[in-house]
Design a protein around this ligand. Structure first.
Ligand code: ADP
Ligand code: ADP
Length: 242
């Protein structure tokens, strides 16, 4: 069973630029797929298409994107939003900037957890503290009491990553989630994503320009070049390709 399947997807922007050409690949259940390639090769465009979040002027001009066998492109905005709130979570490079600026981390985080798992507020608070400290955030109690603006960019980013992971989604779509973080923190995030897959069976699609991250995490690697899928295959097969 595939969680996600790109079938002959092309994406065009209003200015006439075709950013993705006829891309097909699948994300099997519980698997991790890294999408790699140079800047501008279409990685973000591809992953945003799957989330129904193409930037203004972008549209899928052909193909289908199946989520658990159903074509996401035929979904209404409501349906997409409902899946995004439950089965699909995403993390952007600047995810920390999308936290609610008017609410402290703790209440936002606890509410996010309780939307997805049936636990008491107290238990949710414990889960949150635990995840924050696993992402190497010192003094997680203080983080929970802080507004986003009271934290550094890197701390906000990790708080946002923690929240997305606590949703225990079936599919996690991550667009350069760690590229703005320190190397040691990056490694920790990678480890926690692997643990999420291990514990919850979450399938992960991660866009990264970091081949180290890709080779440590991925079961499969998709290589994008100039909007085309140049290669897709098992990690070792792609890494060892001539
Ligand atoms: P990557 O994630 O691999 O860096 P992108 O998907 O961001 O690549 O971009 C792919 C191509 O599409 C690039 O040439 C980029 O300039 C172009 N592009 C991205 N967003 C837009 C947009 N909103 N309008 C026009 N062109 C865009
Ligand atoms: P990234 O690849 O890390 O997402 P970019 O700098 O390529 O960052 O893009 C930043 C924003 O600008 C994105 O929303 C992208 O869709 C948009 N963008 C990128 N290239 C173009 C372009 N040629 N024309 C218009 N918008 C673009």
């Amino acid at each position: 069973m595939n969680v996600l399947e790109f079938q002959d997807i092309s994406v065009i922007y209003q200015n006439g630029k075709t950013a993705v050409h006829n891309v097909s690949f699948t994300v099997p259940e519980h698997s991790i797929v890294a999408v790699v390639g140079e800047s501008g090769s279409g990685k973000s465009t591809l992953i945003r298409a799957a989330m129904g979040l193409l930037s203004t002027g972008g549209s899928v001009s052909q193909g289908r994107i199946l989520f658990e066998g159903e074509n996401l492109l035929g979904f209404s905005k409501e349906q997409i939003r409902s899946i995004r709130g439950s089965e699909m979570a995403m993390i952007f490079q600047d995810a920390g900037d999308y936290l609610n600026p008017r609410r402290k981390i703790g209440p936002q985080y606890i509410e996010t957890i309780r939307c997805h798992i049936q636990v008491s507020k107290k238990e949710a608070g414990q889960i949150a503290l635990d995840m924050l400290s696993r992402l190497k955030l010192a003094d997680p109690e203080r983080i929970m009491r802080s507004y986003p603006f009271q934290l550094s960019g890197g701390m906000r980013q990790r708080a946002a990553i923690a929240m997305a992971m606590s949703m225990h989604p079936k599919l996690l779509l991550a667009d350069e989630p760690t590229s703005a973080l320190d190397v040691t923190v990056q490694a920790q995030v990678v480890q926690e994503m692997l643990k999420l897959r291990e514990d919850m069976g979450t399938a992960i699609v991660i866009v990264t320009h970091n081949m180290g991250v890709a080779s440590r995490m991925a079961d499969y690697i998709a290589v994008m070049k100039n909007g085309y899928l140049r290669e897709f295959g098992a990690r070792d097969q792609v890494i060892n390709a001539p």
